[in-house]
Ligand binder design. Structure first.
Ligand SMILES: [Zn+2]
Length: 66
């Protein structure tokens, strides 16, 4: 597993105080999901497309394993 990126680790530690965490891939914590939603609410059983950040949104470094 790639090393947990420093900004994300710090943020998760802060968020934990409010029982919150970033939404990430359980197999790679550096795969942080960008929140997405469907534009039109169709009854087709499909979900919104998954998007992960490839660069840290806080310091701009490339996230390992993305
Ligand atoms: Zn960072």
């Amino acid at each position: 597993m790639a090393k947990y990126h420093k900004c994300l680790k710090k943020l998760d530690e802060e968020l934990e105080k409010t029982n919150t965490r970033l939404v990430a891939n359980i197999l790679n914590q550096n795969h942080v999901f960008i929140d997405t939603e469907r534009i039109r609410k169709l009854r087709d059983g499909k979900k919104a497309t998954t998007v992960i950040a490839t660069y840290c949104p806080f310091c701009g470094e490339k996230l390992k394993g993305t």
